[in-house]
Design a protein around this ligand. Structure first.
Ligand SMILES: Cc1cc2nc3c(=O)[nH]c(=O)nc-3n(C[C@H](O)[C@H](O)[C@H](O)COP(=O)(O)OP(=O)(O)OC[C@H]3O[C@@H](n4cnc5c(N)ncnc54)[C@H](O)[C@@H]3O)c2cc1C
Length: 511
């Protein structure tokens, strides 16, 4: 990494996570400009929990985690929920569970229908394809030769294999590739891993071009404020080794600090709901009411847990290996549930405290992928204190779908493939009445660590960026990360974020 900062660049990218690594690489390729990337964390290579897929849970709360929390509500039984965010090159894409899925065609067509012109499925497909090197090679849907190697997990763990067998006997179609345009069924997951090692936009996009003459990567550099003068963003202030510094951008600043830190930086720079900014001691520069609103998160249940009949083999792949997309209501057009079978007892601390959960156990963990609940984040003071409230399970529709997901998980567990692995159910308990399951859902719900939507793209008053990802009302400034999703995708958010950055670089290059 470049030890010092030249103080100026054509493009300054803030945040070297999933999106930032793509942006830096593609801006070098698509423009003739110099690129300076500011990343608060350091180099992930050599961190075993980053590189080794089945150790990813060790990243949660590690030194390279920002360690945010979601504030409690009664909807999640008054619990404060840990919100993991990677603080390292590759960002959360270096620390995540390696699931590489795009979601459903309808997710993107929905964005476009709501005003995000140019983000419909047909338009974003080329960017998904450009990003990946899929093991089966190129097709209309999949890409090959791109920076991020994507494979199906090998040597499926018995728990992973059982999910597929049980899903099929339950009535789900078998999906050989979960990244078809309209996934519904069960099959091997796609992961960004190869030969037992994590791949990512860090390993695929950025690391190979580190010595590019037009690139400067400054690590350990935490951006603190955007420099905005006369309606234009001209640079970024940051802190490195406890020392304040600044870099100016002659063409553009692109925020890619993720769905928590991108809106936080805008707010700290006076861009956001003016009254709320004044109330916490920040002078407003631009009244942009949508900044920090519209927060969406997928709840995952940890979980429907089973003591195993015989000693399970050591965990492998990404602890999952397979997945199912399914509907809580057959009338739904798009599957709203995703199931994974986790090879360890991945349960919330409250479930663990209530039920005797043995070590030799696994869970069927349903996630709600189409959420009605909306949250927000806001500053608590001028120095960056943050209140993050996802309002998970605030909407009854979300609770209802998750209760159904537990019932489906119990039905899956009753299929012969799981029945032969199970000694007894550890959680939930014998009472599976609706009231008991509602209570269980509120205790078991954990964040999937998929916050999005806090700098939403659109053309309405609450939009923060326009469909070209330009911050509305400020020149020379874009946001290009998970925060711009108007609505959360109906599957994990990493591949969609990489796609957003691929498209963003094309938009920047187009001027
Ligand atoms: C534990 C975990 C498991 C997950 N599992 C999956 C999964 O299996 N599949 C999936 O699809 N998604 C998963 N996700 C979510 C997925 O990884 C994210 O949606 C995606 O990485 C978001 O990309 P991003 O670029 O928006 O943000 P990030 O990748 O989080 O990148 C933001 C970057 O900005 C840096 N940064 C922040 N603030 C500043 C600042 N002020 N100055 C300088 N740098 C800053 C951060 O350090 C970070 O490197 C998981 C996330 C976590 C944390």
């Amino acid at each position: 990494m470049t030890p010092s900062d030249p103080g100026t660049a054509d493009y300054v990218v803030v945040g070297g996570g999933t999106a930032g690594c793509v942006l830096a690489r593609r801006l070098l390729e698509r423009t003739d400009g110099t690129v300076l990337l500011l990343e608060a964390g350091g180099d992930p290579d050599g961190i075993g929990s980053v590189t080794t897929p089945h150790r990813w849970v060790e990243n949660i709360g590690a030194a390279h985690d920002w360690g945010y929390t979601y504030a409690p509500t009664e909807h999640v039984a008054g619990r404060t929920l840990f919100l993991s965010r990677g603080k390292v090159l590759g960002g959360s894409g270096s620390t995540n569970a390696l699931v590489w899925v795009r979601g459903h065609r309808a997710d993107y067509d929905g964005w476009a229908a709501a005003g995000a012109q140019g983000w419909d499925h047909a338009s974003v497909l080329p960017h998904f394809r450009d990003c990946e090197d899929w093991e089966d090679g190129a097709s209309e849907q999949r890409g090959a030769g791109g920076p991020v190697r994507i494979e199906r997990p090998r040597d499926l763990h018995p728990v992973a294999a059982a999910l597929v067998e049980a899903g099929v006997s339950y009535g789900m179609p078998y999906l050989d590739d979960v990244n078809v345009a309209e996934p519904c069924g069960v099959g091997p997951i796609n992961t960004d891993a190869s030969a037992g090692v994590r791949t990512s936009t860090w390993t695929g996009h950025l690391r190979p071009v580190l010595d590019h003459e037009r690139l400067t990567v400054v690590t350990g550099a935490r951006a603190t404020r955007l420099v905005i003068a006369g309606g234009r963003c001209t640079g970024v202030e940051y802190v490195r080794d406890g020392q304040p510094a600044a870099v100016s951008a002659s063409r553009e600043v692109v925020l890619a600090a993720g769905a928590i830190d991108s809106p936080k930086l805008l707010l700290l720079s006076g861009v956001g709901p003016a009254a709320q900014l004044r109330a916490v001691g920040v002078d407003p520069v631009l009244d942009l009411p949508g900044v920090g609103r519209n927060l969406q998160e997928h709840p995952i249940l940890g979980g429907v847990c089973f003591a195993a009949r015989e000693a399970l083999p050591p965990p492998n792949n990404n602890l999952e290996g397979t997945t199912a997309f399914w509907r809580s209501d057959p009338a739904l057009a798009v599957p709203d549930l995703q199931f994974v079978a986790v090879q360890i007892p991945y349960v919330s601390p409250e479930v663990a405290a209530r039920f005797p959960v043995p070590e030799n156990a696994f869970v069927i963990a349903p996630g709600l992928m189409t959420v009605a609940s909306r949250g927000f984040l806001e500053l608590t003071g001028p120095d960056g204190g943050l209140h993050v409230q996802p309002n998970m399970l605030a909407e009854q529709a979300d609770v209802d779908a998750l209760v159904t997901s537990v019932e489906i998980a119990l039905d899956l567990a009753a299929q012969p493939a799981f029945a032969k692995l199970v000694e007894r159910r550890a959680a939930p308990g014998d009472d599976t009445s609706r009231a008991a399951l509602v209570d269980f859902v509120r205790q078991a719900a954990m964040p999937y660590f998929h916050p999005v939507g806090t700098c939403a793209m659109g053309v309405h008053d609450a939009a923060v960026v326009d469909p070209q990802l330009r911050v509305r009302g400020i020149d020379g400034l874009r946001v290009a990360d998970a925060s711009v999703m108007p609505t959360i995708t109906s599957a994990n958010t990493n591949a969609p974020t990489a796609m957003i950055a691929e498209r963003a670089a094309a938009l920047v290059a187009a001027g």
